[in-house]
Design a protein around this ligand. Sequence first.
Ligand code: ATP
Ligand code: MG
Length: 830
Amino acid sequence: MRAWRPPSLRSLRGRIAVLLVLGFTVAAAAFYTLLMLFTRNWLGHELDLRSRALVQRTAEAVEVPLTIGDRAELADLVRRAAQEDDVVGVAVYRGDGTLAAAHVNDMQSWSAAEGEGAVAATARGLSVTPRRLRGTELRILETPVSRYSGASIPSRDEAFGLPEGGAGGGSGRLGWVRVEITTARLESAIATAGRAGLLLLAAVIGLALLASGLLLSVVVRPLGEASQLARAVAAGSLERRLPVGGPDELGTLAESMNTMAAALTESRARERAESEALRDAAEAVVVIAESARGAQDPGTVFRAVASQLRRVTRCTAVALAVPSDESPAPCFEQFEPPPPWGGLALGAQLDEGLAGQLWSPLPVRLVLRGVPHRFAAELSAEGFQAALLVPLALEIGPPAALLLVSTEAGAFTPSQVRVVAGLSSHLASALHVAQMKQRLEGAIEELERTREQLVRTEKLRAAGELASGIAHEFNNVLGAILGRTQLLRHRATHGTLATAELLESFSVMELAARDGAEIVRRLHRFSTGDPGETLEPVDLEAVLRDSISFTRPRWKNEAEAAGRNITVGLDATPGLWVRGQASQLREVFTNLILNAADALPRGGTIRIAAAPREALVAVVVEDDGIGMAPETQRRLFDPFFTTKGPKGAGLGLSVVYGTVERHGGAVAVTSRLGHGTRFEVTLPRVEKTVPPADSPPGAAPPVPTGDVLVVDDEPAVRDLLVEIVRTLGYGAVGCDGAESALARFRPGRFELVLTDIGMPGSSGWQLARELRAADPDVTIALVTGWGHQIGPDQLDGSGVDAVVPKPFSIEDVAKVLELSASRRDGDPGC
Ligand SMILES: Nc1ncnc2c1ncn2[C@@H]1O[C@H](COP(=O)(O)OP(=O)(O)OP(=O)(O)O)[C@@H](O)[C@H]1O
Ligand SMILES: [Mg+2]
């Protein structure tokens, strides 16, 4: 029970209570005041009339006795007059002021003295003199007693204080009467009336309080309850309701408040449900986003989405159907929980009618129970009552579908459907990414295939170009050798062969053969992907001279035979050195000279000049031949471009261009049709260097201590090696394979073994190991066309000491013999 509290002035109750109490109090106070005034006036007036009448009556009554001096009568009259209410005493005085008779009821209050009032009584008529005595008022009324006083009895108006007329005054006056009246009774009556009034006032205030209490209980309390309800509603407590009293305004108010609270309760519940759904959805989005981050496959994202959908919608199962190439409708691929359920299994096709609805972006809610449809019937057979089909639009192709099923008939409320649609978009994105990834992977694979094909084609093209280039270069060196050989044979046949020309031809042929060997090495380097080319200082003048010698059979012998006369002039500043490979540079100038010779069908001059130009060397090869049309000039460096028909391969200038570029130089051409052509090759110049001598001058050739065992299945190579070894002063034994070599080998007998690698039966490596086991001191060298590909690490532990690359020179063989001699003499540094 609540303790009573005085209502606050701020509350309606307080204000109404105060107003009521004040109103009633003021009204009661006014009433009381009026009552008191009226009582006082009325009683005062009545006393006044009564006392005046008494004094007049007494004055009239005493006229005769006073005249005749009947004292007894006077005393009796005075006594009777004094018996009236409120009379303190009555006295009759004679005209001379002496007391004729008196009767005093209250001597203490009686105020008159002997002879007093004579003057007043004679001077005026009736006089009333008030006097205070011990807290009460004493009224002294005096009136003269006149002769024939009956005729001068004052009128009623005169008795109330009007001035007395002169009819009775003067000579007829016998004496006067004095009556003293006390107002004590009057005041007591007034005091009694006051107390009664106060009681009335208290009663009225009490009534006012009662009335306000009643008013409060009838009007204000329901209002207070309504306000409490409003406060409670505002504070979130929606269970309270107001009692509805009746059909009056308060009842209507209570009813309205109750309706409002009920509506609020309902909307609060709805809000709470929606906010819970939103919170669930937000949590689900976070979980899905975290799971989807880094997830590569749609399956992972599906599982994350499905578990969140089941949590948010409380649905029973979820399945994902994705478009398939094999069927017109999407096929189920992912399930949560795992299939089968509801007649669905991996690869099952979505109903075609439903698949048609996927093109709309809105989810479709399906009622399953009692629907005459196979898809719905199968699902409802397992207790599912509602389903939601969510379309997942993909960038490419038909949409995928997400199917949610629930055993509750009221599942998938509109707000849940919205949440499901939102969450499913993550899955659509993942499917899209997967689709993109698949396409990208396909594109990358295709690209890779195309690239490999291109690389293959490019390799083939490069290999073809290289082969053509190599063939072209070989053709040039073979041409030099062949031309010289034919020339020598011709001269020898006709007996005109001079020794000097013979020696010159030999050196040209040797150089050409060496260039051929260099071409082979380049080919090897290309096949092994070795980019390294050792560039060394090259004497350009020597290169130009050798190029002219190489090409002599063409520009001189062939031309002369054809009746053409071509002169070649060289004007080279001596001591011009460039960094490069002599064989390749020879090839460059050989090509330019041959082109110039071809451009002189009726003979002419080829001028070759080399001169320094700042940090470069400029080499000019100029002819006064047929020249070139602009179209030819535009394409002349293109591989396989030729104007010479089957006679030309169209590779000479592309080889020139590539070689000069590799050497850090440039090629420029100027030509005028019918006037000739000028090629200018510029190369970076280097300081002149003197090439180191292969062996110290005057060093004696090694003295043989044993023979050389030569092992090669190729008789020509074997015989050449045997010949070279013997030329160098050694005894040589030739074997055609590893087996015969092992049979012939005796430890200590052979100082050096020269063996081929690839032979029928055992290889050169195998033979080396066996010979090394038999004789740790013998020097073993492999003679091979793949010599440039054998590194020092391959030689370690193989028993092989050196490699002689094919084609070999006499110097190469001499170097190996020196190596064996130094090993024999215990000098490992050689
Ligand atoms: N000095 C020159 N005068 C006129 N035309 C030239 C000259 N040098 C080159 N050409 C033109 O340039 C073309 C290409 O020359 P390039 O050396 O590359 O090939 P080619 O000489 O035709 O054949 P090959 O492969 O045998 O050298 C020639 O066919 C020719 O038309
Ligand atoms: Mg050419």
